[in-house]
Design a protein around this ligand. Structure first.
Ligand code: GLU
Length: 425
């Protein structure tokens, strides 16, 4: 597990720039537009005091980085994790801009977070931390300006506290009309059906498209998942519905395997109760390298950044990597996967289901509507499949890898808008 935690500390923003430069060179992206998109618009750092349960005051550091809002309001999650730092948030914010551009939703990109280990705080402390962070962000967020959502270690409950705090800061008459200030809310507080599973569902829709393209039968296919939080567990459960077999799982508590199959639903309830997959009865513990070396068809990384690198990419024995996490593969890892003919569905396409359904939630809130689950799923499928096909066409047209193709789709969309609107003054 040290590897999982240690490696992702590398500067992920360097990865973004390397990925960006490759795509920008291929399409000859206008130099001025390239300069704009290589930097972020706003970087907000706040230090704020919170009273702990025992009466002590602790100071926390939180960030919100707004990369670009050319296509619409800034949009992106908030994560609570000890590794949260400015470069990581910059990278995550930039990936959000590309995600919205690829999937054709009217949002820009942002991301935020607090550098904490949430496991060390009580529920009441987490509530106060969330509320105080929201208050510190003030009008740097807003329903038509910058819209947070869940990310690593944050959930609907945290979004509900954020909503409540934000609404308390505006006049009572305006509160109902502003509930779209945050997405990923619990359904009872104005969230959308299907938002909880949306990222995992999007990953699985992408895998199904890949299977169709490659005449590959998912029934009986084997897969492994890294990270068994919301994204990983939902992806695993939905793959089970298609008849695929989960053979290994790794999370912060360790790695487990069972060549005869792990029941994803049963493991999800175990993890929910015990906080991690370690000790799950119907499996054997394995180490990180053994996990990465598992022979199977599909690897779904759904944890943190920089997991597939020059060091670990040679370990993989899979046909496809479907990136549920943001930035799980670094550029060296990408080259090795390409050399080894391992297919890849890149994060900015593969995990875009979350922000797509966030967009649906935002629309429902704006129109005071509630959509049925079928409607949400059907619209999500349509959007993500369209984006998938677009990326595939561009990869073929430019004879390039899928990550670069996804960047090309995003950059071309942004380039058109910059050229139409021009740069003020
Ligand atoms: N945190 C998710 C992501 O990285 C969702 C963002 C959102 O819904 O705004 O895509």
């Amino acid at each position: 597990m040290t590897t999982l935690v240690k490696k992702q500390k590398r500067n992920v923003y360097d990865n973004v720039i390397r990925q960006f430069n490759k795509a920008a060179d291929i399409i000859g992206l206008d130099d001025s537009i390239s300069k704009i998109l290589r930097s972020t618009n706003n970087e907000i750092t706040v230090h704020f005091p919170v009273k702990m349960d025992d009466g002590r005051i602790e100071i926390f550091t939180g960030y919100r980085v707004q990369h670009n809002n050319t296509l619409g309001p800034y949009k992106g999650g908030l994560r609570f994790h000890p590794n949260v730092e400015l470069n990581e948030v910059r990278a995550l914010a930039t990936w959000m801009t590309w995600k919205s551009a690829i999937t054709d939703i009217p949002f820009g990109g942002s991301k935020g977070g607090i550098q904490i280990d949430p496991g060390k705080y009580s529920i009441t402390e987490l509530e106060r931390i969330t509320r105080r962070f929201t208050y510190a962000l003030g009008n740097n967020i807003g329903p038509d300006y910058d819209i947070p959502a869940p990310d690593v270690n944050t959930n609907g409950q945290i979004m509900a506290w954020l909503l409540d705090t934000y609404l308390s800061t505006i006049p009572p008459q305006e509160r109902q009309g502003n509930i779209h200030v945050v997405t990923g809310k619990p359904v009872e507080s104005g969230g959308s059906l299907g938002r909880d599973k949306a990222t995992g569902q999007g990953v699985v829709f992408c895998i199904q498209e890949w299977a169709k393209d490659n005449d590959f039968d998912l029934k009986g296919a084997t897969y492994i998942v890294q990270g068994f939080g919301k994204v990983g567990s939902w992806a695993a459960r939905l793959m089970k519905e298609l008849g695929a077999k989960l053979v290994a799982v790794e999370d912060v508590t360790g790695a487990i395997a069972n060549p005869d199959g792990i029941d994803a639903d049963d493991l999800a309830s175990y993890v929910k109760d015990l906080g991690g997959s370690a000790g799950y009865l119907h499996s054997e513990p394995i180490n990180h390298v053994e996990f990465m070396q598992t022979h199977c068809d599909i690897f779904i990384p759904a944890a943190l950044e920089n997991q597939i690198t020059a060091e670990t990419a040679p370990y993989l024995n899979v046909k496809l990597v479907a990136e549920g996490a943001n930035g799980p593969t670094d550029p060296d890892g990408d080259s090795i996967l390409a050399d080894r003919d391992i297919a890849l569905i890149p994060d900015i396409l593969c995990n875009s289901g979350g922000v797509i359904v966030s967009y649906f939630e935002w629309l429902q809130n704006k129109h005071s509507e509630y959509w049925e689950l079928d409607e949400v799923d059907c619209k999500l499928k349509k959007k993500i499949v369209k984006a998938y096909s677009h990326v595939r066409e561009v990869a073929e047209e430019y004879h390039t890898d899928w990550r670069t193709a996804a960047y090309i789709v995003a950059l071309m969309r942004l380039e058109i808008v910059y050229k139409e609107r021009g740069i003020f003054p």
